[in-house]
Ligand binder design. Structure first.
Ligand SMILES: CC(C)(COP(=O)(O)OP(=O)(O)OC[C@H]1O[C@@H](n2cnc3c(N)ncnc32)[C@H](O)[C@@H]1OP(=O)(O)O)[C@@H](O)C(=O)NCCC(=O)NCCS
Length: 256
């Protein structure tokens, strides 16, 4: 489980055997927002306007702007110049005109916190969730979305470990689905991940294609108190660098 977040303003060099994850606080002062909105493309601004709740709109704008600023750092471009293309299920990638040199990324956000994962030449998916009480709906959700093996492991755990295990399972499954980029066309109950709090993150079985489980590595992330995260990366033998990026400065945030 990775939990060291290094405050940084520029990315270190990204080699094919490295993976970077940036933690981004989405709460910013009102005065910053117009500048951040100005970085977005027209279609992103239109999307921002469609959010019903002001907070969701702000968080979307900050996450998109941060994603542009950070990716621009890797591409040596201006944030406004970064161009995105979208897969069949909506996964954003860098458009060819960026000359991205095989740079891949994935974003996740939850309740004021975003994670941006970046790699070179490896598919990648990331997920962050805020830990919440699952006393009422934890078991029904697990029965509905988790595989029979995962649901059985969850049921076997003592109650005090169940919430953490539930969110390990959830974020690992989501990170894998997001790395694949095919949305829920790959049913969540059709593959197994580890979830016991004492076990490392592993994609255990992929019955739809048994080779698939060997092709991916999972990693648990500790993005801050009250949050759980996971990363899915194509291949093995990579090392992880985690950076903290803040719009308002470069110190630590209240997430620690
Ligand atoms: C589209 C999906 C990725 C949304 O995931 P989510 O957990 O709601 O949201 P996240 O914050 O983690 O990810 C959203 C970001 O992923 C990226 N994204 C969008 N479509 C994607 C796709 N098909 N694959 C990977 N990434 C995608 C975008 O950057 C998006 O950011 P944006 O909304 O600001 O544009 C999809 O996996 C989904 O709807 N999952 C269902 C959730 C569920 O039922 N989970 C059960 C858990 S066991």
């Amino acid at each position: 489980m990775h939990s060291e977040w290094q405050p940084a303003t520029h990315p270190p060099p990204l080699t094919p055997d490295a993976v970077h994850v940036w933690r981004i606080a989405l709460e910013v002062s009102d005065s910053l927002l117009p500048r951040l909105r100005g970085i977005l493309a027209e279609d992103e601004r239109r999307r921002a306007e469609r959010f019903y709740f002001e907070n969701d709109r702000r968080h979307f704008v900050v996450a998109r702007a941060a994603m542009r600023i950070l990716l621009a750092g890797y591409l040596a471009r201006h944030p406004e110049e970064v161009r995105f293309a979208y897969g069949n299920y909506g996964k954003p990638r860098l458009a060819e005109e960026n000359n991205a040199n095989d740079l891949r990324f994935n974003l996740s956000h939850s309740h004021g916190l975003a994670l941006l994962a970046i790699s070179r030449g490896r598919e990648i998916g990331v997920d962050v969730e805020r830990l919440r009480d699952m006393e009422q709906d934890g078991e029904p959700l697990a029965e509905r979305f988790f595989s029979p093996r995962e649901a059985a492991v969850l049921r076997s755990l003592p109650p005090q470990l169940r919430r953490e295990a539930f969110f390990h399972c959830w974020t690992r499954k989501e990170a894998y689905i997001k790395a694949q980029g095919k949305g829920l066309s790959l049913p969540l109950d059709q593959f197994d991940v580890s979830l016991h709090p004492d076990e490392p993150a592993v994609l255990l079985a992929t019955p739809h294609d048994p080779q698939e489980a060997q092709r991916w590595s999972l990693r648990g992330l500790s993005p801050g108190r009250g949050y759980v995260g996971a990363l899915a990366v194509e291949g093995h033998s990579w090392w992880l660098w985690c950076g903290e990026w803040s719009m308002e400065g470069h110190g630590r945030t209240s997430l620690d």
